[in-house]
Design a protein around this ligand. Structure first.
Ligand SMILES: Cc1ncc(COP(=O)(O)O)c(C=O)c1O
Length: 345
């Protein structure tokens, strides 16, 4: 049987999908408890949620499109700007390593993926991305911080690339920006070809409810709006979003845990002689060598991490979520045992 979605690893600590390991704001659960029958029996109204989201990001409400997770925003950008426009020889530039929905959405609309490898130590290949732009380029995916490396793309480089491809849609994916780095949003008035993606799955802990947002000037956002289904987010998720945005204390508290967890993971990697890359996100990429048995050993101890070794761009690597410090402590103990077993100690 083929099961939809990702396999559930079962019991234990989920450090494999960059989720919020601390859950969500108590206000979100409170809002869900107060959902009324009419919130369930009627089609949802988006007005309040769009206005609150626009206020939160400091942009005009006409620049906001709520999506069923940012995943939907990625696919609908390709549908709106390539399939709907009937572009048949489109090229989408995808710097590596990349989040799977970029090549998947590219393939879904019949476009060609132009993959650009990273520089040493995953340095962002700005010149090579600019060099890959052609008259056929329709989309460029810029993910900052990058999943899975945690590396940021400098704001000046986002700007240079966007200017170098004025006829393409530049999708700046900031799914993890709340954990480190500076958002491109304040620059966006000067960039009519940039769509910026954010999600409430990660920092806000709403992954199970599926809420994301695309932000952009109307000329680049409206073709996506035109293909997005009218009731793409359910009423319970909308109630949760309002509550999450109203809790200004939840995010800084969780971000502080993430920062501390990252530092502890770095220190553990140094002690264990494992290569790692300092990350601006809520996960750390670690090179362990033969990753599959390593991931299995951790899973046997109920610690689930992501095996990234099958991606040729991240050979020998695993990716571990850095969330609540106590969880990270358990993950580090499991990491230490797995290294000890491998060394025959
Ligand atoms: C880089 C990146 N972009 C977008 C997403 C999509 O997030 P969601 O669909 O949960 O909003 C993810 C989720 O893992 C991600 O890693």
């Amino acid at each position: 049987m083929v099961i939809q979605g990702y396999p559930n690893p079962g019991d234990g600590l989920r450090l494999h999908l960059n989720e919020n390991t601390g859950g969500c704001s108590p206000r979100v659960l409170e809002a869900i408890r107060h959902v009324r029958p009419a919130d369930v029996s009627t089609y949802p109204s988006y007005r309040d949620a769009v206005l609150a989201t626009a206020r939160h990001f400091g942009v005009d409400p006409d620049w906001v499109l709520l999506t069923n997770g940012l995943d939907e925003g990625i696919l609908m950008t390709a549908v709106g700007h390539i399939a709907r426009a009937r572009v048949c020889d489109a090229e989408n530039i995808i710097p590596l390593p990349a989040f799977d929905p970029y090549p998947n959405s590219t393939a879904a609309v019949g476009a060609t993926a132009v993959r650009v490898p990273p520089g040493p130590d995953f340095a962002f290949p700005t010149e090579a991305v600019i060099g890959a732009v052609t008259p056929r380029t329709r989309m460029i995916f810029l993910n900052t911080p990058n999943n899975p490396t945690g590396q940021l793309i400098p704001i000046a480089d986002l700007a240079r690339i966007s200017r170098a491809a004025p006829d393409a849609v530049v999708l700046v994916d900031e799914a993890y920006i709340e954990f480190g780095g500076t958002s491109f949003i304040p620059e966006m008035a000067s960039f009519p070809n940039v769509l910026l993606g954010r999600t409430f799955s990660k920092a806000y802990g709403l992954a199970g409810l599926r809420v994301g947002v695309l932000i952009g000037q109307p000329q680049v956002l409206d073709p996506v709006r035109a293909v997005t289904l009218p009731f793409n987010i359910n009423g319970v998720a909308l109630a949760a979003l309002g509550a999450a945005l109203s809790d200004s204390e939840f995010l800084p508290r969780y971000a502080a845990q993430v920062h501390e967890s990252r530092e502890r993971l770095y220190a553990a990697c140094r002690r264990l002689g494992l290569q790692y890359w300092p990350s601006a996100a809520n996960y750390v990429l670690v090179r362990v060598g033969d990753a599959a048995p390593f991931v299995q050993a951790l899973a046997a101890g109920q610690i689930h991490v992501r095996d990234r070794s099958k991606d040729p761009a991240t050979p020998g690597c695993i990716r571990m979520t850095a969330g609540i410090v106590e969880h990270t402590g358990r993950a580090i103990e499991a990491l230490e045992s797995a290294v000890a077993v491998r060394q025959g100690r």
